[in-house]
Design a protein around this ligand. Sequence first.
Ligand code: MG
Ligand code: NI
Length: 475
Amino acid sequence: MAKRIVIDPVTRIEGHAKISVFLDDEGNVSDAEFHVVEFRGFEKFCEGRSYAEMPGITPRICGICPVSHLLASAKAGDALMAVDIPVGADKLRRLMNLGQIIQSHALSFFHLSSPDFLLGWDTEVAKRNVFGLISANPDLARAGIRLRQFGQEIIEILGDRKIHPAWAVPGGVRSALSKTGRQRIKEWIPEAYKTTKLALDLFKSTLKTHGREVQVFGNFQSLFMGLVTEDGSWEHHGGLLRFTDSSGSVIADQLDPQNFSEFIGESVQSSSYLKSPYYKPMGFPDGMYRVGPLARLNVCERMGVPQADAELKYFKKLGRGAVTSSFLYHYARLIEILASIELVEQYMDDPDLMTDHLRAEAGINKLKGVGVSEAPRGTLFHLYEVDRNGLIQKVNLIVATGQNNLAMNRTVAQIAKHYVKGEKIQEPMLNRVEAGIRCYDPCLSCSTHALGKMPMAVSLVAPDGRVLNEVTRDG
Ligand code: MG
Ligand code: NI
């Protein structure tokens, strides 16, 4: 008789969700599901609004990723106007995206995930969190908090507000980098490098003792997708899309995000309201792909900045072909922080960021436009269809957590197979399932397109649907 395990909530992820682990007749794990209830309300809510309002509205989808939605939304507006934005505006948007990558990755690594691998998997739950980290390693915890603050300050300096900065607009941005703002950013840079290198050394030293986690935390074949430049370098805001497979081969390259529906399908599964995007030519579920830091480092050939490139060489050696373990999302995240700091530093001497020519003016020239940006968690798509007056007829948002949904399910199943014994949910398994999900740093606010948090539960379920064991925790 098959059975099911349900875990609720998965703590220390952005939002809440629910996990079910299915057992077969022999009591072995057969499958797992990470359920998210998607409220499509937000896409509907935008209908009838002007496209020009969208960069002010869509950041409200999520308190964690407002900047990512802002930038994708402004880009979708550029596409509707059919304009090339001024070079200064593009660089300023990029600078804000780098700030977002730094702050979000620092939060994920230091606050949410490092307690697992630095404090030990079997440390009691009450201590295995950022407070436990602060008492065990106060210097590291403080450095992590400050690194996040650096990223937030970049956003604040440009947008004037930390949350919902409606600063990027269709056609460009509202304001340049000021001299005092530039000075403030510059002062942070040495400390940011120091903290990132400390974290990189620490993570690489934990790799020696985490061979099992590298093996079972989502280590499987899949496709990977991300933006790359024309020459195949790492890209975060601009460029074109590339898919690679687990052997590291490029299977599709320089795909224009404007036509994403030609190569990305969205499968609706009965068990979850969260759609599962897949690479269309391979069908569902064979076309499963991962996005985010691990995917971006797999699809690119180089970071394009020296220090991160040296790390990328080391990273690439961890896989034969592609790096296929989702445990290494953590490592990829740190390399992206390093690359972001290097790019921020380059921008400090760039006069384009201080110019007045920041906005292209135009009306509606196309009735359909797509904005794409690499959010910290993965590629973010905003598709808008408008009428001649620029009023929204249809919105489709495709977020990172949705694209990683299938991979998260497989990760949970893989971990559960190693740790579920019998019909009881044991704490070590629970810790590891949660940590497996956290590799992806999912944002459930984004993937549900809802405001606020969702309840989340893990259940152990029999083939007849009976819940044998259920665990819930406060988020
Ligand atoms: Mg959608
Ligand atoms: Ni979000």
